[in-house]
Design a protein around this ligand. Structure first.
Ligand SMILES: NC(=O)c1ccc[n+]([C@@H]2O[C@H](COP(=O)([O-])OP(=O)(O)OC[C@H]3O[C@@H](n4cnc5c(N)ncnc54)[C@H](OP(=O)(O)O)[C@@H]3O)[C@@H](O)[C@H]2O)c1
Length: 314
């Protein structure tokens, strides 16, 4: 039973709605809103208190694209949580393939780098008691109907993953292909984590095609016009490929509370869609459970942890 939950990116969209749904469960006594901006976090906290009638929310400031911020946030934690939801992220802002001072793409930084440091540092200090859930995406295994190709590298070696992380991969990745690969790497990392930490549960869960969030607002202009004004409001509903934020966030809640979801596995919609029933993605993309590929992703990600982390987790 989960009594305390930390959610990254909890001031908006799926993270905020997941916080609301968890708060409606009477056994939940504490929810940590891990957000990067103090005023947006305070606004979300107020809304959550008013809409649930519960005063169980606290704020932890963290920018998950910044390793120092992730480590500093863990330093400030005073109590462990039962579960950690790694939800913050999206398409990497205005310049998804721009390179940060850590030498990684903005896409990788926002979705993975700080999350991996936050998680591993929390585990090292005994600050996660039961489970971790990562917000995956159907883009990690491709969606034919939406013209999103299945991520394809030549060998899925740690060297190739490294090239995706630092933006030097020569396979001409567009923003969506890069997003799919980063979400794929995250799911592979979660599977390795599940093998390394068998006392904890690690579930990757895609919220599915979800409207009512701010993910489209932050896209580069061309993609924003396409996704915010054409795909999301017109094309995807016509194709039956979108659901509301309540449905997407419920997938997170189910992923952490339903024992049918197995540690180390990646769950999302059926092959041809991004909504509806959830299936184990290994059934349609066996590479996900290739232990060698999982470990290649883990290794590539670790090479970008600040030195002290790499030594601790080697
Ligand atoms: N919506 C979909 O259809 C869909 C489908 C599959 C997967 N997902 C995944 O679901 C997750 C949530 O997306 P959403 O649709 O709810 O989008 P959203 O409304 O834009 O929410 C994203 C949240 O992440 C936070 N965030 C972004 N970068 C951050 C950083 N560096 N440090 C801390 N917080 C950061 C944002 O904070 P600010 O408000 O400060 O920017 C915001 O709270 C993402 O990981 C996304 O990839 C979404």
């Amino acid at each position: 039973m989960l009594r305390s939950i930390m959610i990254t990116g909890a001031n908006s969209g799926l993270g905020k709605e997941a916080a609301r749904q968890f708060a409606l469960r009477p056994e939940v006594e504490r929810i940590v809103l891990a957000c990067r901006d103090e005023s947006r976090a305070a606004e979300a906290q107020l809304w959550l208190e008013e809409s649930t009638g519960r005063s169980i929310f606290e704020v932890l400031i963290v920018d998950v694209s910044d390793p120092d911020s992730a480590r500093a946030a863990v330093d400030r934690m005073q109590e462990p949580v039962d579960a950690l939801v790694l939800n913050a992220g999206g398409m990497g802002g205005q310049k998804p393939l721009g390179i940060t001072s850590q030498g990684v793409t903005n896409m990788f930084a926002a979705n993975m780098l700080g999350h991996s440091i936050l998680t591993e540092e929390m585990i090292r200090r005994g600050l996660i008691k039961q489970a971790v859930l990562y917000a995956g995406s159907e883009a990690a295994r491709g969606v034919k109907k939406m013209n999103i190709k299945r991520p394809a590298l030549k060998t899925f070696s740690s060297e190739e993953f490294t090239q995706v992380i630092n933006g030097t991969y020569d396979g001409k990745l567009d923003d969506m292909a890069n997003y799919g690969l980063v979400k794929l790497m995250a799911s592979l990392w979660m599977s390795t984590m599940a093998r390394k930490h068998q006392d904890l549960q690690f579930v990757t869960m895609s919220p599915g095609g979800t409207s009512g969030t701010k993910v489209m607002d932050k896209l580069p202009m061309g993609m924003k016009l396409m996704f915010k004004y054409v795909m999301m409001p017109i094309m995807m509903p016509l194709m039956g490929m979108v659901h509301g934020v309540e449905v997407g966030a419920k997938r997170y809640v189910d992923g952490l509370t339903d024992p049918a979801y197995l540690s180390g596995h990646f769950y999302a919609s059926k092959e041809s869609t991004v909504t509806g029933p959830i299936i184990d993605q290994g059934d349609i993309f066996p590479l996900l459970y290739d232990v060698r590929v999982q470990d290649n992703a883990w290794k590539a990600i670790h090479a970008f942890h600040p030195k002290v982390e790499a030594a601790v987790f080697a």
